[in-house]
Design a protein around this ligand. Structure first.
Ligand SMILES: *Cc1c(COP(=O)(O)O)cnc(C)c1O
Length: 227
């Protein structure tokens, strides 16, 4: 087994154990492997070990990998900040965009999504830390953005995503995730098509699973340190 295959196996077992520990249904949490700044060869190793969904933050880097890996049936999630001049490349190459935080970006992604592809899956990114430096819309504005996405013809609303400020304390990690989980539960009543709560990274995925995450975005625990 390669190191990456071992990491994937160990992390998957850990996630299954956490589902049990926090009374989550079995396999309700899936792994998005965050492959930014990791090589195509490492992505191939992860795919061989059963991973099919990959997250990338930078359009140019991702375009090269996606083009080189078309022989594998992978699903690609854009998870980095979306600049207006990058929406066309993102709409053409990705299956999901998890980092939609402005009306204008949602509108452009819908306009630029090619007709021969299925609608682009969308998560609204929410800023939980209320720091100006962090990306994401406010909790208050998330509903309006969800409404817009449901009206745009080439987009499909899937859920919410957040990246809290780094925090070592488990209780405070949970508290932060809980704020978003509550909003997700409320919005799901208005938008029943939502099925994705994208929360948790290598250093806080236990707290995220405890609070209801359905997708953990893992880089370092699967691939090791980034170059
Ligand atoms: C880099 C990144 C991750 C993965 O971070 P790790 O700590 O390496 O697991 C997850 N989500 C987003 C949005 C990222 O940019």
């Amino acid at each position: 087994m390669t190191q990456i295959a071992e990491n994937i196996s160990a992390t998957t077992q850990k996630i299954r154990a956490l589902e049990t520990k926090y009374s989550r249904s079995e396999s309700s949490v899936r792994i998005l492997a965050v492959s930014k700044r990791h090589s195509e060869a490492k992505i191939r190793e992860a795919a061989a070990a059963g991973i099919s969904e990959f997250g990338e933050n930078f359009l140019q880097e991702a375009e090269e990998k996606i083009a080189a890996l078309t022989d594998l049936k992978l699903s690609w999630h854009f998870i980095g900040p979306v600049q207006s001049n990058k929406t066309r490349g993102i709409a053409e190459n990705f299956d999901w965009v998890q980092s939609v935080e402005r009306d204008k970006i949602a509108t452009r992604l819908s306009e630029q999504r090619p007709d021969d592809k299925p609608p682009l899956n969308i998560c609204i990114q929410v800023n939980l830390s209320e720091e100006d430096s962090k990306s994401g819309t406010s909790l208050e504005y998330a509903q309006a953005l969800c409404e817009l996405v449901t009206k745009l013809p080439r987009l499909k609303l899937r859920g919410l995503m957040a990246i809290p400020a780094p925090e070592e304390n488990f209780g405070r990690q949970r508290h932060c995730f809980n704020l978003l989980a509550n909003e997700y539960a409320r919005l799901q009543k208005l938008f029943p098509e939502m099925d994705t709560l994208s929360l948790g990274m290598s250093n806080d995925f236990e707290a995220a699973i405890a609070e209801g995450s359905t997708m953990v975005r893992l880089g370092t625990v699967l691939f090791g340190q980034r170059a």
